[in-house]
Design a protein around this ligand. Structure first.
Ligand SMILES: C[S@@+](CC[C@H](N)C(=O)[O-])C[C@H]1O[C@@H](n2cnc3c(N)ncnc32)[C@H](O)[C@@H]1O
Length: 213
């Protein structure tokens, strides 16, 4: 998303911006994983981080919007779980310890910055840890609904392939997401390190269908 978005104002105006539920593709990819240490980069007001914490993960979650982090704190209190929330910039923030999981969900920045964030975050993984990026794709501009209208902040397959250089790619694909306004075209990258155990519980594409209403 463009640098000119006033995220504090957006969250203050609508705390229910992204809903209560975790992103459906995160849920499909992570639900079967053994809990460990996770970071949710650009966590917003915490729907994915709280979902992870409820499943037993130790979660650090970072966002540039202090209003979002305040709302996220309230969300984790309501859920009765602990998350280490932090106001921070993904371009500079680093975790204290190696990680089993990095989530980056609907973070949109101009391409060299976004791919740089993904590549840098992948260096934080323990052997066998996984990084998951989910975003609106550039293809969404012509084939889908919603999301940013600036093509420069929307990733395509080649951009994410570049970010994954040197990593083991588990998934790199477009995914269709049904919304009230129509079908959105998302993009997903999942990577792991080359030195970990053989990944298990890697769902087949059938698992990525939206849950039945
Ligand atoms: C579309 S929201 C997605 C929030 C969350 N990941 C989710 O899926 O619910 C994008 C988020 O990126 C955050 N963001 C944008 N630029 C950032 C930066 N440089 N550092 C940290 N967070 C940033 C915004 O504050 C916003 O919460």
């Amino acid at each position: 998303m463009a640098k000119d978005i006033d995220w504090d104002a957006r969250y203050a105006a609508d705390p229910a911006l992204w809903g209560e539920q975790p992103n459906q593709f995160v849920r499909a990819r992570v639900a079967d994983a053994e809990p460990g240490r996770a970071v949710d980069l650009a966590c917003g007001n915490g729907r994915n981080a709280v979902w992870l914490a409820r499943r037993g993960w130790h979660v650090e979650a970072v966002d540039i919007s202090s209003v979002a982090i305040e709302q996220a704190q309230q969300r984790s209190e309501r859920a009765g779980v602990h998350v280490d929330w932090e106001v921070g910039d993904v371009l500079a923030w680093t975790p204290a310890e190696p990680l089993d999981l990095v989530l980056i969900v609907y973070l949109h920045m101009e391409m060299p910055e976004l791919t740089g964030v993904i590549a840098r975050a992948a260096t934080w993984l323990r052997p066998g840890g996984r990084l998951l990026y989910v975003g609106h794709s550039r293809t969404n501009l012509t084939r889908g609904v919603g999301g940013p209208s600036n093509p420069e902040v929307l990733a395509e397959i080649a951009d994410l392939a570049g970010a994954a250089e040197g990593l083991r790619v588990l998934a790199l694909q477009h995914l269709l997401r049904e919304t009230e306004a129509g079908t959105a075209v998302d993009i997903l990258l999942e990577v792991t390190t080359w030195d970990g155990p053989e990944p298990t519980g890697n769902p087949d594409p059938g698992h990525l269908k939206p849950p039945a209403p």
